[in-house]
Design a protein around this ligand. Sequence first.
Ligand code: SAH
Length: 252
Amino acid sequence: MTIDSPANPLRFVLVRPSHPGNIGSAARAIRTMGFERLELVAPARFPDPEATAMAAGADAVLARAGIHDGLVDSLAGCSLVLGLSARRRGVQLPEISPRAAAGQALAAVARGGQVALLFGNERSGLENAELARCHAMVRIPSVDDFSSLNLAQAVQVMAYELRVAMLGDELPAAPPVPGEPPADAAQMERFYQHLAQTLDDIDFHKGRAATTILLRLRKLFQRAQPDNRELRVLHGILADAQRMAGLAKGGK
Ligand code: SAH
């Protein structure tokens, strides 16, 4: 599935939203994360200029938003329904994080399913009967004494987690390393020997023990993980330093 797939298998369902501004903000929130499917269950006011204003250009999402009288209609075709709620309700449901929810949603989509993410009314949230339609409850881990996010902001958090999960899926297992692979142990060893010899040649230690500084330099270059091309440059610099030291000695 691509993020912008036209038959978007992920839908964001706002149940009984009161404020049209929140509908617009939610449209914008999902659009910024690459989603487009918004379903509205019994919105108090929609369409509405406030929704359009808050959508800030995510008009296509609003224009295509489905409007339903009841929740069941809005969930047609869904094999997984996840209900976002700030409060633990009486309903016995597994409670998961937005990140876990994103993982489960994408897994369901990968199996060919459709997924609904359900958001409740601004004041009353999702009612028990609505949560009863959900396979799990998703709680954004807000603080206990002020746990309720603005509706559109809750939509944004969930859409963001879905996007991160999708981008993660698209990335290859190991991040691509530009250029050559790091030099191997033998090449690094040759470099350390050259470095140690050069430090002697330029009289860097001035009678002090060399061991500590050599260990520290090893750590530095281990961390940098130079590749062969970079080691060749370093060898070149060391060779020039040795040559100059030789000239200086010869000149004395
Ligand atoms: N007083 C309501 C708050 C509703 S906020 C209540 O306690 O449920 C509107 C919607 O935003 C909620 O129904 C829920 O879908 C979502 N939401 C807000 N804060 C949330 C949170 N911390 N975790 C999950 N969803 C949250």
